[in-house]
Design a protein around this ligand. Structure first.
Ligand SMILES: NC(=O)c1ccc[n+]([C@@H]2O[C@H](COP(=O)([O-])OP(=O)(O)OC[C@H]3O[C@@H](n4cnc5c(N)ncnc54)[C@H](OP(=O)(O)O)[C@@H]3O)[C@@H](O)[C@H]2O)c1
Length: 315
């Protein structure tokens, strides 16, 4: 096993997306931010647009997207903030988005997600958190591979979570057909898949100049907590050895690690890694809520997940 030096940056948990991108000129670069009309997606898109990039908000609610685009254009002065419809749980919608994309794509921020939802399934029978958080983004990225390669140095950001520590990908029963459904296990599994995707996509695509990294944005009060009560969150934090009272980041701070990974020259050529608080994370120490699980970086599981994902989408 090759041991690589962790990437460190001058930025911290308190840094904002605007600070991370300060001084960078992204004019001529094109970005897609999934879920760009809510939560940290808005601030990710705003920072990229603020630095001059053309940004497409890839959203399932186009009206919310249009409102957000107008707001971002108003605050940044960048008129190149576009909106396109995509529902990541609907493969036809993902295919239509990718088919309509024309020209190079320099930054793909796979940011949209749902968390700890009650059991829901897509029409194919796929568990909804895995289908949305992983399969939808997998399909989107692989369909956009040509556009990413055309950018000659594209970056993909796979927005994961510290919740990946709750579950590896359970290949024997990804869709909870045999085991009882548990919302946090399903979320954790999908967020592990987001990291494994970064590992295998980088292995496959680095030769095309495409690097993919995973990020944990931090804890941010957004619509993501729609299925979870404050009591549930406090209980989960206590169980995981943390304090019951969360210390939330602002959305601007929550977007910083995604924006750093999408843009920083410190990450040129770097892929297949997991970042939190604007720096590469160490391996998780059992009993703590920081760092990355070894199973999420496992190259064998990463290759297996890729194949399972291809097979699932083809089924
Ligand atoms: N907030 C946190 O504390 C935290 C912590 C760790 C990781 N994360 C990760 O950060 C990312 C962003 O989360 P957030 O906190 O900004 O949450 P958010 O405010 O709920 O935003 C999530 C976005 O994903 C979109 N989305 C959900 N399902 C979709 C689908 N089927 N197709 C297209 N878009 C879909 C939502 O669209 P609608 O508005 O239409 O529902 C929303 O725009 C997620 O991947 C999440 O797992 C967040």
């Amino acid at each position: 096993m090759t041991v690589s030096t962790p990437i460190t940056t001058p930025f911290t948990a308190e840094s904002t997306a605007a600070e991370v991108v300060d001084g960078l000129d992204l004019t001529g670069r094109r970005a897609v931010v999934t879920g760009g009309a809510s939560g940290i997606g808005i601030e990710t898109a705003r920072a990229l647009a603020g630095a001059g990039a053309e940004v497409t908000l890839a959203v399932r609610n186009v009206e919310a997207g249009e409102r957000t685009a107008a707001d971002i254009s108003g605050t940044t002065g960048n008129k190149q903030v576009l909106v396109a419809r995509v529902d990541l749980a609907d493969q036809a919608s993902v295919a239509a988005f990718a088919a309509a994309w024309d020209g190079p794509l320099h930054m793909l921020i796979n940011n949209a997600g749902i968390m700890a939802s009650p059991l829901m399934r897509t029409p194919e029978g796929w568990e909804m958190q895995f289908a949305t958080n992983h399969l939808g983004h997998f399909a989107l990225a692989t369909r956009l591979h040509g556009a990413l390669a055309a950018a000659r140095g594209a970056r993909v950001v796979s927005v994961s979570s510290t919740a990946h520590l709750r579950s590896p990908v359970v290949f024997e029963d990804i869709h909870f057909l045999e085991r009882p459904y548990e919302p946090w296990a399903a979320y954790g599994q999908s967020k592990t898949a987001n990291v494994l995707f970064a590992v295998e996509a980088t292995r496959r695509w680095a030769g095309d100049g495409i690097t993919v990294n995973a990020v944990m944005p931090g804890g941010i009060r957004t619509n993501l907590q729609r299925y979870v009560s404050d009591e549930d969150l406090a209980r989960l934090r206590r169980q995981a050895g943390g304090s019951a009272a969360p210390s939330w980041k602002t959305p601007e701070q929550g977007a910083a690690t995604s924006v750093l990974v999408a843009t920083s020259p410190l990450l040129d050529g770097i892929g297949g890694r997991y970042f939190e608080d604007c720096n590469e994370a160490s391996l998780n120490e059992p009993g703590t809520r920081r760092g990355v699980a070894a199973y999420a970086l496992d190259p064998g599981d990463a290759a297996l997940l890729w194949q399972v994902s291809v097979d699932t989408l083809a089924s």
